[in-house]
Design a protein around this ligand. Structure first.
Ligand SMILES: [Zn+2]
Ligand SMILES: [Zn+2]
Length: 350
């Protein structure tokens, strides 16, 4: 496994401005009690990392300057803190980035992903755009051995997609996926693997990602030139879909999703809206919709379902992960994401 160096080159949010990212020499951390030290194999770049790069209002509040960012990651355990019995040197793990205290009311009721005293790895505390990182042993999830390391880092967004889908019926259900960023694409793939009856995928005008949705097996892919609501009704015997998932953060997509979910159906929302959208509330009331706000992953129900799917081998992660590049090229990855001509981008480490 080699000698662990004392320092490493890591990407930190160094300056209080757009971009403001620097690849600088940092100490390799050592694991505290209850933590493991991990040698990074791959870290994927998330929309959240783009927010931090842009340094929007949310990032300025959440990310302390000089934080090592990057939260979607996997690697091999190379160091073990005191009191850790669950892990051994050499274990291959993927990270759950929501770090919980496991004692608050939310944790005790089974919602550790919204822990009242939680932190997010790579956002509030140092993360994994770096060759080594430390993480609570509980958050270092054993990764199925058949999943190549180039795909194992995406369990964070894949888990987001599965958590969102599972807010409503999936098997034998009609499902609309609104917004085809990487999480939306993972949702198309997972819905198919979980036995959805019909999948309707919608985006605005990103043809690159709409094509991936088709390759993943979406039955119908719609864009800005289509009448989204009437097409969804036409494809569902005039009823609307059983389960709508909104990932875009676009007010129009939210409105379309509400109006095209069947009577008594479910709308699951994992999206961030720039401004408060106008919501057709009467449609929610009279269509008797259940609306779920979703974030993170259930710890550990979502992970268990995801690992079953990964082990079955019926997911097509290679179609969503469109690019991989050395981690020193983070800035190229960001530029590609700004253009939108990519699915998920994975940064690799030696
Ligand atoms: Zn993420
Ligand atoms: Zn808690």
């Amino acid at each position: 496994m080699g000698v662990i160096p004392e320092t490493m080159l890591a990407w930190v949010k160094a300056r209080d401005e757009e971009d403001g990212m620097e690849l600088i020499e940092c100490p390799v951390p050592s694991p505290s009690a209850g933590q493991v030290l991990v040698k990074t194999h791959a870290t994927s770049v998330c929309g959240t990392d783009l927010h931090i790069w842009k340094w929007d209002e949310w990032s300025q509040l959440e990310v302390p300057l000089n934080t090592i960012t990057g939260h979607e990651t996997c690697g091999v355990v190379v160091g073990i803190g005191e009191n850790v019995k669950s892990h051994s040197i050499g274990d291959f793990i993927a990270v759950e980035c929501h770090i919980a205290d496991w004692t608050c009311d939310r944790c005790l009721e089974g919602n550790a992903h919204i822990c009242e005293k939680g932190n997010i790895f790579g956002v509030n505390v140092n993360g994994a755009f770096a060759p080594y990182f430390v993480i609570d042993a509980l958050n270092a999830r054993s990764s199925p051995s058949d999943v190549p390391s180039i795909h194992a880092s995406v369990q964070d967004p894949l888990g987001n997609a599965i958590h969102t889908l599972m807010g409503g019926p999936v098997k034998d259900a009609t499902i609309a996926i609104h917004g085809l960023g990487p999480i939306g694409l993972f949702a198309v793939d997972a819905a198919r693997a979980m036995g959805a009856k019909k999948i309707i995928a919608t985006d605005w005008d990103n043809n690159y990602r709409m094509n991936i949705a088709k390759q993943l097996g979406a039955d119908i892919v719609l864009g800005k030139d289509d009448d989204i609501i009437s097409t969804i009704f036409a494809e569902t015997n005039g009823k609307g879909v059983d389960n709508s998932c909104e990932f875009s953060g676009a007010p129009l997509a939210l409105s379309n999703a509400i109006k095209s979910t069947r009577m008594g159906g479910v709308l699951n929302i994992l999206a961030v809206y720039g401004t408060d959208p106008i919501v057709p509330m009467n449609e929610i009331v009279f269509r008797y919709l259940t609306v779920n706000g979703i974030n993170g992953r259930k710890m550990w129900d979502t992970w268990d379902v995801m690992h079953e799917l990964l082990i079955e081998g019926n997911l097509q992660i290679e179609k969503v992960v469109t690019h991989s590049m050395p981690y020193a090229d983070l800035q190229s990855a960001i530029q590609l994401m700004l253009k939108g001509t990519c699915g998920k981008i994975v940064l690799t480490f030696e």
